[in-house]
Design a binder for this molecule. Structure first.
Ligand code: NAD
Length: 436
């Protein structure tokens, strides 16, 4: 049993803190956001993450999980301190490390014995060394010992709890064997593959992994765009190439590009990191440019079917960047909705859980509903942006009766072509032949 302080109780801090408590450790999750901490103290989880609230409540009851805004006390009582604060993108594309540096200083000021400081936030290579330096500079007693470890997080929003409890691997980048062993032991109950490496390599693994996945997505989207011109079907192509175990079938779903809180900022941050050491990462720059362009292909497709969009009612199905999350950070809808508004379309937007987050961005310029059928009623066209189950399971016969015209532009390839053809739709999707 370890005493763990997790500093930063967002998606990553809350999920990993909860999982560490569930395997028997005493964990205090801290944040500077007192509203968030107050909610969590009552067992209310401020984010949408399937199954999380139940596990949070169970561990609060068991006395293993608590929440606090008193970060100094949490640091003093812990033997392992996780840093899980945000590292958003700066205007120049790099990672904003101000939250990490602020936490590092606080840790230094409150050190009272040997502790392992673990960085879980996604940070540029060199940050672990910087954290080490900052802690040392702020130590009250310079003889105090500590180690800094990088243990990047690979969970996915929407399945974060399951990803954490069944993690495929734990990457531990350490500056000492002592710290590496402590963090490796902490991960034993997860029954996962443990990779111990140096600090710099661990930090690089996180960016390299996310940017590789982003590259895979932009690659299949580029193939999709060519498929449309040559009469091929990208879903067949993806299936065929994915059968090669060297390629693998995952992350080959063509669509409107990646979004979310990680891939956009992490691709930019790696380009930025490469630039700082004199390497022009042209490949990754193309991945980013391809993704930016891909978001808007559905706007062109809508105009191809409807012509002028002015005054036309479009049912926008899905706003979150992917299903099972209410996270709107860098969601493709943030580009697509304003583009449609500029064309003076009337937008009725459906999302089962992300409406309050979407309102922050779109305000009263669109109307909202969490009822998918209400969204479709008398619409001139439907535009699918998120592959929610509620969308994929729609009865197309019923949808046709609800809509003013049977037109679907599908940015997520939710329906088999035969199904939409039989239901009598005009259907334009990504990288597949048009159904007219
Ligand atoms: P988040 O924005 O949801 O949470 C960050 C939290 O840190 C916020 O609650 C904020 O109030 C808190 N915070 C900021 N400064 C603080 C301080 N000085 N002291 C205490 N708390 C402070 O972010 P997130 O999505 O959990 O991401 C955290 C890190 O993990 C990022 O580096 C991100 O790139 C990485 N990551 C995220 C995911 C994901 O799916 N969200 C997956 C893997 C890695």
């Amino acid at each position: 049993m370890r005493n763990i302080a997790v500093i930063g109780t967002g998606y990553v801090g809350l999920v990993s803190g909860t999982c560490f408590s569930d395997i028997g450790n005493r964990v205090v999750c801290c944040d500077i956001d007192s509203m968030k901490i107050d909610m969590l103290k009552k067992g209310v989880v401020p984010i949408y993450e399937p199954g999380l609230e139940e596990v949070v409540q169970r561990n609060i009851k068991a006395g293993r999980l608590s929440f606090s805004t008193d970060i100094p006390v949490a640091i003093q009582e812990a033997d392992i301190i996780y840093i899980a604060v945000g590292t958003p993108m700066t205007i120049t594309g790099g990672a904003d490390l101000r939250y990490v540096t602020s936490v590092a200083k606080t840790i230094g000021e409150n050190m009272n014995g040997y502790k392992v400081i673990v960085n879980k936030s996604t940070v540029p290579v060199g940050t672990g060394r910087m954290v080490e330096r900052l802690i040392r500079e702020h130590l009250g007693d310079p003889s105090l010992e500590f180690d800094v470890v990088s243990n990047p997080e690979f969970l996915r929003e929407g399945s974060a709890l399951a990803d954490c409890m069944n993690m495929e691997r734990a990457v531990i980048g350490a500056t000492s064997d002592r710290a590496a062993q402590i963090i490796a032991e902490l991960h034993q109950p997860f029954n996962t593959e443990i990779m111990i490496t140096d600090l710099e390599s661990a930090e690089m693994i996180k960016y390299a992994a996310n940017c590789f996945l982003a590259t895979k997505i932009s690659y299949i989207n580029a193939i999709a765009n060519i498929c449309e011109q040559v009469g091929a079907d990208v879903t067949e192509v993806a299936k065929g190439i994915g059968m090669d175990s060297r390629i693998g079938s995952r992350f080959l779903q063509a669509g409107i590009g990646y979004g979310g809180s990680c891939f956009p900022k992490d691709t930019h941050a790696l380009v930025h990191l490469a630039e700082s050491v004199g390497y022009d990462f042209k490949l990754l720059k193309s991945v980013i440019a391809a993704n930016d362009a891909q978001k808007l292909v559905v706007v062109d497709k809508l105009m191809q079917v409807l012509g002028d969009l002015k005054g036309r009612t479009i049912a926008v199905l899905g706003l979150a960047f992917k299903p099972n999350t209410n996270d709107m950070r860098d969601a493709p809808s943030l580009q697509i909705v304003p583009a449609l508004l500029r064309k003076e379309a009337q937008l009725r937007c459906y999302d089962p859980i992300a409406i309050s987050e979407a309102k922050v961005h779109f305000g009263e310029r669109v109307t909202y509903t969490s009822d998918v059928e209400e969204c479709l009623l008398n619409a001139d066209a439907a535009l699918i942006l998120t592959e929610w189950d509620q969308v994929k399971k729609l009865d197309l016969g019923k949808v046709k009766k609800l809509m003013a015209a049977p037109i679907i532009v599908d940015g997520r390839n939710c329906f088999p072509l035969r199904q939409v053809r039989e239901a009598g739709f005009i259907y334009h999707s990504i990288g597949r032949p048009e159904v007219n």
